[in-house]
Design a protein around this ligand. Structure first.
Ligand code: LLP
Length: 444
């Protein structure tokens, strides 16, 4: 992993901080975020899109998709790097506002925003609300009217393009909950425009996540621009939002595209399609989450038990179990996602051994790394690291089996600091009404 080096005693270090020191200070499991990595990656992505779209004669906007991992610290890093923040609930919005993200740089998503969330967003004066259904048009319009505001909105549509890593599929009808079909866009936009409390910014679509190939974005952009052109007949359409989804490397064999290449390829298609259609170039917005944060973070675990298991097809698989698992990384269990693992508290000359890194949960699907190698002298109390856990790990974490969520620490220049507290047992037990509790303040 790009984040890990070794000190002279063979202990892995992240941004100059030995993992043994981190484990000692914060315990394990622990999420360790390399602050400089996040800041540099966010800047790199923003600059890549800025220059690609400047080259074709328009501008780009980049929002960090907070669903990947959001806390005030990371929101500030995103803003420092020139990104806005994309949120998809009132909770994520509250974090962005608490981080002092300028409201104009916040976008709100969601296929089922509550009225309270809509009011919260309008009241905060956020830059855009992404309308996801016809019923929401009137809800947002009413909230804006009630508050004497004019709310800018986008309309989420389905381009029919589904992309995943190397391939994409283009269909005309979609059986899923997000957005409206492309054919419904004209009527929906007319309805948006009929409300004087709404300001229409443009279309939005998101075609998937962990995408390596540019073709899906290109196809989607081309389809959207066709409708975008039709919408220009009845009013301005200043922007086009192509969502997020840029893939990252999880294991060594993954070769994600260079973001500048991807940005240039998408920009070229936008330019060519707009030229063919004879329309002015819109501002083009993007919402990467994983690509900003995913590679910056690793999870530090302590090894507990080691168990060789004879396989019916012959051979042995050694289960190495750690002190976390699907509660801090649900992605292998949910998506068969691949990760890798490395011994971090020491080096070893022992032969590599095929292992499966398992968690401690009561479920056989509780696996962190399906197949990788660790030195055959791997032992209890060794520290191991699993890289690339920055996106959709903490944010999908749970208290399954009454495990507390791990803390998150940021490391930089040889120093570490806590950015999200972990949950202790007292905190978990405090929710149980049958356990005598110290006096709690009443809920508002
Ligand atoms: N914009 C919208 C509207 C989205 O729905 C998403 C992700 C993003 C942006 C950011 O996508 P990214 O750049 O991070 O790929 N839990 C899954 C990923 C779910 C993605 C949901 N939407 C996983 O762990 O792979």
């Amino acid at each position: 992993s790009r984040n890990v080096s070794r000190d002279t005693s063979g202990v892995a270090t992240v941004a100059g901080v030995p993992v043994t020191q981190l484990a000692e200070a914060y315990g394990t499991p622990l999420f360790v975020v390399d602050e400089r990595h996040v800041r540099e990656t966010a800047t790199e992505i923003r600059e890549a899109f800025d220059s690609a779209f400047e080259r074709i004669g328009t501008t780009a906007k980049v929002y960090y998709a907070g669903k990947a991992f959001l806390c005030t610290e990371v929101a500030r890093w995103a803003v420092d790097a020139g990104l806005g923040v994309d949120v998809c609930s009132g909770g994520e919005l509250a974090v962005a506002l608490a981080a002092d993200v300028p409201p104009a740089k916040i976008g709100l998503h969601g296929n089922n925003k509550s009225l309270a969330e809509i009011h919260q967003a309008v009241e905060a004066g956020i830059g855009s609300i992404v309308i996801d259904s016809l019923i929401e048009i009137d809800r947002v319009a009413a909230a804006a009217e009630q508050q004497g505001a004019i709310q800018s909105v986008r309309l989420r549509v389905n381009s029919g393009v589904h992309a995943h890593t190397h391939s994409f599929l283009a269909t005309s009808h979609e059986d899923q909950k997000f957005g409206l079909p492309l054919e419904a866009a004209a009527e929906a936009v007319a309805r948006i425009r009929s409300h004087s409390s709404l300001n229409f910014l443009g279309l939005h679509c998101h075609i998937g996540s962990q995408i390596f190939a540019p073709e899906g974005f290109a196809e989607s952009a081309a389809r959207l621009l066709g409708i975008h052109r039709d919408l220009l007949a009845d009013g301005p359409v200043p922007e086009l939002n192509l969502g997020g989804g840029f893939g990252i490397a999880y294991v060594e064999s993954d070769e994600p595209p260079v973001v500048a290449d991807l940005a240039n390829q998408i920009a070229d298609i936008v330019r060519d399609t707009a030229a063919e259609l004879g329309i002015p170039l819109p501002t083009v917005a993007f919402e990467p989450g994983r690509a900003v944060i995913g590679g910056s973070t690793l999870t530090l675990y302590t090894v507990g038990t080691i168990k060789p298991v004879a396989l019916s097809e012959g051979g042995v698989r050694t289960y190495v179990s750690v002190d976390g698992g699907m509660s801090d990384n649900a992605r292998p269990a949910l998506y068969e996602a691949d990760y890798s693992v490395g011994l971090a508290s020491r080096t070893s000359d022992a032969e590599p051994m095929l292992i499966r890194l398992a968690g401690k949960h009561c479920e056989s699907g509780d696996i962190v790394v399906y197949n990788d190698y660790l030195p055959s002298d791997i032992a209890a109390d060794d520290l191991v690291v699993v890289p690339a856990t920055g996106a959709y790990c903490w944010s999908l974490s749970s208290n399954y089996n009454y495990l507390g969520r791990p803390p998150v620490v940021a490391v930089k220049d040889g120093k570490s600091r806590l950015i999200v507290r972990g949950e202790g047992l007292a905190e978990l037990l405090s929710r149980d009404c049958g356990i005598d509790q110290p006096a709690q303040p009443a809920r508002p």
